[in-house]
Ligand binder design. Structure first.
Ligand code: IMP
Length: 453
């Protein structure tokens, strides 16, 4: 069977930790979208591993697959594999031949276009994600399979690279270097291809996964980013360029919707909200310069700023990939209702409950006031979302406790007020709680339900 893990908010919900806990029962862990814009930290035997591309299961001896829905930067891939090998691991990573390759010009153009877009900039990770998906949709991309086929590769590059060079030079007025040079890129790609072939890393993803399932293996499908960053269901244009929602798990892995839908789909929720990048955020607390629209630290509410800083520091809300401080806010229920519907969640894992401990009161945005109308889910346009004002329900806070002990003792040991908070969310979404995260290590997860069992 399959278990699909989907971020229900704006990324950074702690998916890596849940994948890690549930992944124990999995034989194969698959990423189905995104690329090295994701960042996850896996803590294993006291060792911290920061990964952005290699599926976290690879740290635990699982087969890690980058599905056809991913965009793969071979530089990052090899760097991460080499890093893990240096630390004594032998990661087994496979890459779909249908996945698209992030090339140096994609990264260069991501930076150039972000600077150009000004207010429309999504605050991307500048990893070349958007430009690579653009080329995929524009049918001018280079796929992993092409790296192993020198003639096709040459043909693709000769078509696309002069266009990219002209774009950078003539539209954006930049000078270009070897990142836009066909011969240089061709040699580089051949090297990538040789290594992929030598290490027998490439697979026909859907066929490979179906064969594993037919042989009785358990497959975990690991989404990156989150629902509100989904290109279709997120807060366009402040989104990533792929589908983190569960539909993406089928398209991006090559397994049919029946296979994914017959499995479990676990929505990962952070107990509050965090956001990297720009765009509206109705339940935001305080602000971050350069990210929160219209934010002025001079006129900001001091108490709110203090609360935001507390949550940011307690939760370590600084980007894994970029180190940028993240914007923070209260839990947004309309956002979660939207996510639960879009992905058919069968269970919830609610994380970072420990971060909120010690606060006198905790709030949840339960609905929006949209020009006097009550909305229970997110409106379809981001401009409408920006006009929404959150209506809050206040909950009594819970004390700081020994969370490691709580994790050991199980759900009943969670402070009463925290349980009220958790159960409110579960009832509102009509989705049962499968796990509660009370700390960063995988031991600090209270497991109520194992979806593979
Ligand atoms: P891109 O995916 O680099 O194109 O960035 C598009 C938007 O998605 C930006 O707002 C990023 O900050 C956001 N984003 C991309 N990956 C992540 C992630 O793993 N966590 C949180 N935000 C992300």
């Amino acid at each position: 069977m399959t278990v699909t893990i989907v971020g229900s908010q704006l990324g950074d919900e702690g998916k890596g930790g849940v994948v890690d806990v549930y992944g124990d029962a999995a034989d194969v862990v698959v990423r189905y979208q995104g690329g090295d814009n994701a960042g996850h930290t896996v803590v294993s035997d006291g060792e911290k591993y920061k990964l952005s591309l290699v599926p976290s299961g690879a740290v635990r001896g699982k087969v890690g697959v980058l599905g056809n829905g991913c965009v793969v930067n071979p530089e990052t891939l090899f760097e991460e594999i080499d890093g893990l090998r240096e630390r004594g691991l032998e990661p087994d990573v496979r890459v779909a031949e249908r996945a698209h390759v992030i090339l140096p010009y994609h990264r260069a153009l991501d930076g150039i276009e972000e600077d150009e877009k000004e207010d429309l900039a999504a605050g991307t990770t500048k990893r070349g994600i958007g430009p690579t998906y653009e080329d995929k949709a524009g049918r001018r991309g280079v796929r992993i399979g092409d790296l192993l086929d020198p003639d096709t590769l040459r043909e693709r590059l000769e078509y696309v690279v002069p266009q990219k060079k002209a774009l950078a030079e003539e539209v954006f007025g930049k000078t270009t270097d070897e990142r836009f040079d066909v011969d240089h890129l061709y040699e580089l790609c051949l090297e990538y291809g040789e290594r992929l072939a030598d290490e027998e890393m490439t697979v026909d993803c859907g066929t490979y996964l179906q064969e594993r399932i037919d042989a009785g293996d358990q497959v975990m499908l690991e989404g990156a980013q989150g629902t509100s960053l989904d290109i279709d269901h997120g807060v366009y244009p402040y989104v990533t360029s792929s589908n983190p929602t569960a539909g993406g798990a089928t398209v991006g892995s090559g397994l049919g919707p029946g296979v994914v839908g017959n499995g479990e789909i676990v929505g990962i929720v952070k107990g509050y909200l965090s956001r990297v990048g720009t765009g509206p955020l109705p339940t935001e607390l305080g602000g971050v310069e350069g990210q929160t629209p219209g934010y002025d630290p001079e006129t900001a509410d001091e108490a709110e700023e203090e609360l935001a800083t507390y949550i940011r520091d307690e939760g370590g809300e600084y980007g894994t990939v970029t180190g940028r401080p993240r914007r923070v806010g209260w839990l947004d229920l309309p956002m979660l209702r939207h996510a639960a519907r879009a992905s058919s969640f069968t269970g919830l894992a609610i994380n970072h409950v420990d971060v909120l401990a010690g606060l006198e009161e905790v709030k949840i945005g339960v609905s929006y006031d949209f020009d006097g109308e009550e909305l229970l889910t997110m409106p379809p346009t981001t401009e409408q979302w920006a006009r929404c004002e959150a209506t809050f329900e206040t909950f009594e806070g819970w004390p700081e406790v020994d969370w490691a002990e709580v994790a050991e003792d199980g759900y009943d040991a969670i402070p009463e007020n925290a349980k009220t908070y958790l159960e409110f969310v579960s009832d509102e979404l009509d989705v049962p709680i499968y796990a509660v995260g009370v700390g960063p290590g995988r031991e600090e997860t209270v497991v109520l339900e194992d979806p593979f069992a």
